[in-house]
Design a protein around this ligand. Structure first.
Ligand code: HEC
Length: 203
């Protein structure tokens, strides 16, 4: 039997290089070539200090493992999750939280869908508001408070990446966050989702 291509190391190496180069061209190069043009016409606003602190809770509790923030421009998706998002919506997101698994609903357009009180009940015990929910409960979020010590530094770091925070916003940040519970900060973040860009017409 003649050797097929799976037996050739040379072909394996060539194929690997071709596939890796394709991924590089599609995922990495566009980001390097990215210009400020993307920001033009975008209504995206940087998160406030408290919303940013809430986003950190969202990440540390792993909410993004079950929830996406990426509505694709396909009719079944937009009917279910609202306006599709564009690259220009996420210019101030570092890292992005698009996610890849939907155990729960997409949260791109969640802001103001529910009251703050609904979120408190839902986070303390999801079964109180959705009896069949399989979402975990996060009661400690309302018992633990934030010091706000690192938030100013975080905003300065984000500024080096192009998020236009002012000196005033950075110096006020600690007091905005200090003493708030983790849950309060998280709800500020959840209520902000999709609000800044909501007025933009879908592409
Ligand atoms: C194990 C998977 C899982 C994790 C982790 C998870 N969720 Fe959920 N989430 C769900 C499921 C399933 C639902 C749908 C049932 C419900 O509403 O409780 C849901 C629903 C929601 C909703 C209501 C969405 C809507 O449009 O009705 C919000 C808000 C939410 N989750 C926020 C969070 C936040 C914030 C965290 C992190 C603290 C989190 N979830 C972590 C699975 C998860």
């Amino acid at each position: 039997m003649s050797k097929d291509f799976t037996h050739s190391v040379v072909i394996l190496i060539i194929t690997t290089v071709v596939v890796a180069s394709f991924s590089l061209a599609v995922w990495v190069v566009p980001n390097i070539l990215r210009t400020d043009d993307i920001a033009k016409g975008s209504l995206a606003k940087p998160l406030t200090a408290i919303e940013l602190a809430g986003r950190d809770i969202y990440i540390s509790e792993g909410c993004h493992v079950c929830h996406t923030q990426m509505v694709r421009p396909l009719e079944p998706e937009t009917k279910r999750n609202g306006r599709a998002n564009k690259e220009s919506d996420d210019i101030y997101e570092f890292p992005n939280l698009w996610g890849s698994k939907r155990t729960g609903p997409d949260l791109t357009n969640l802001g103001r869908k529910y009251s703050d009180q609904w979120h408190v009940l839902h986070l303390i015990d999801p079964r109180q508001v959705i009896p069949t929910s399989i979402m975990p409960a996060y009661p400690w979020l309302f018992e633990q408070t934030l010091s706000g010590d690192a938030i100013g530094d975080k905003m300065e770091t984000l500024r080096t990446l192009g998020v236009p925070y002012t000196d005033q916003e950075i110096s006020d940040a600690r007091l905005q966050v200090r003493g708030k519970t983790k849950g309060e900060a998280l709800i500020h973040y959840l209520q902000s989702l999709g609000q800044d860009t909501a007025q933009e017409v879908a592409p």
